[in-house]
Design a binder for this molecule. Sequence first.
Ligand code: CAO
Length: 553
Amino acid sequence: MAIIEIKVPDIGDFDEVAVIELMVKVGDVVKTEQSLITVESDKASMEIPSSAAGVVKELKVSLGSKVKEGSVVLLLEVAGDAAAAAPLAAPAAAVAAAPVVAAAVVPELQPSAGVSGPLEVRVPDIGDFKDVAVIELLVQVGQSVSLEQGLITVESDKASMEIPSSVAGVVKELKVKLGDKVNIGDLVAILEGVGTAAPVATPAAAAPVAAAPASVAPALALSAVAAAPAAMPAHQPGAAPVGLPHASPSVRKFARELAVPLNEVKGSGPKGRITQADVQAFTRAVMSGAVQTVAAAAQNKPAAAGDGAALGLIPWPKVDFAKFGPIERKDLSRIKKISGANLLRNAIMIPAVTNHDDADITDLEAFRVSTNKENEKSGVKVTMLAFLIKACVAALKKYPEFNSSLDGDALVYKNYWHIGFAADTPNGLMVPVIKDADKKGIFQISQEMSDLAKKARDGKLSPAEMSGATFTISSLGGIGGRYFTPIINAPEVAILGVCRSTTEPVWDGKAFQPRLMLPLSLTWDHRVIDGAAAARFNVYLAQILGDFRRVLL
Ligand code: CAO
């Protein structure tokens, strides 16, 4: 017997891909080629197979770890002769994983201004992949697509990937259908170009995502939205395209074999990822009659078919608005589509209650203004939101259930304080995260917030910058309003909404005094928190904002 290291094989230029699934545990007996972990970039997920057979002795990665070629995945106890035969990063593994790198590419773009008319989009260089199956059509005839928008998803037994469009235009014809097998150079679609185009007669060279140009950034932002357990619109890393459930290729295959509609399966894995166990549980529930698929429900209850059929709701009203006046139809942005689905789930599934309160920030605002005057030259503007983040961290520490997440019948308390903040962007709402806010000062938080908000507006936030929040603040203070009811960003259990402060007459026991009052709206999950705790949280938060010295008590 000998212990060997199983390492990540050659996965091309991929750098720092996240581990999103552990497929084995210590003590498991694994076979050569058996998948050990799943890693994911913004465009592809792939399973890393074992280069030897043996027993898992120690896992060297955990969920969320970033790995690259050569990273040790685990220690395996193998028979003596196998140890000699199995090199650390076995060629077999490399063969299985390497093509994915090429798959996760954006075709090289060769802009030629003014090109219009029919344009062919072909499968770009996807490495050694041969005969990969089309498992999803992401667009339909007549649909406008933008440059780099995913057109189809293809899948091998080890990886799934999107094939993006090399031109912007309107889809005239789809040249593939579900189940087709495609190879490099195969015609995917014919588009009517709208100006900037890449002539695609020859497939463009593959370029790994890691080295992708800035033009890929919006896709990264999206991926963060789609994969994360979102709530506030843009809070989900690990993007799957809209409609493509978050699952590894092998789980997709498993679901297809059982004819399980994967988009109806609730994922229990990290970031809501659907695991094989979830598919099995769903199948059991359907077989026992405890759950009906949407298709079955629609058949059984024709009156309830359509949107909301699964909930037994009547169909969404269909109105011909043009009958009443001129109209214009615009497709929702991808962020809006993704965030909408998350918001709907969170609004329906969480028994949410909102408590409103006010904090007297007269002295804090005076301090903020004078601090900014003193530090004018530093270039860093201290914001009220930075103080709110610090005050929330103090309240979260005092009331830890607000910094927890529900996991079945258990509560997971997090001993870190990562605060998300909603940022309004031209593409929709994004939620960047200030990591370890408890360890940072007001200047650092203000600076980071300003950098992250700019990145959000420019569509350049990375999935990592949008993940891991334990609590979220949504501030409309720069715009206006009094109170609102924010929707919780699951799997968080509370969110703070803040509106614009106004000077109001406040009775001090003898007379009314003009005080600057900040409206607070705290929405909380009633499964985890009760009304008294929420009221206490708000009172404490308001006390700290009124006098930050209380944090020291
Ligand atoms: N009361 C009064 N004034 C406030 C305030 C408050 N609560 N909060 C901010 N302001 C002031 C600021 O001081 C600033 O004034 P000056 O320009 O005179 O200094 C001005 O309003 C603009 O602030 P801001 O909004 O640019 O900055 P911020 O730090 O408050 O917020 C950010 C940053 C990114 C959160 C914000 O720009 C944003 O995107 N907010 C929208 C969030 C949102 O859409 N939430 C809804 C989610 S639910 O759909």
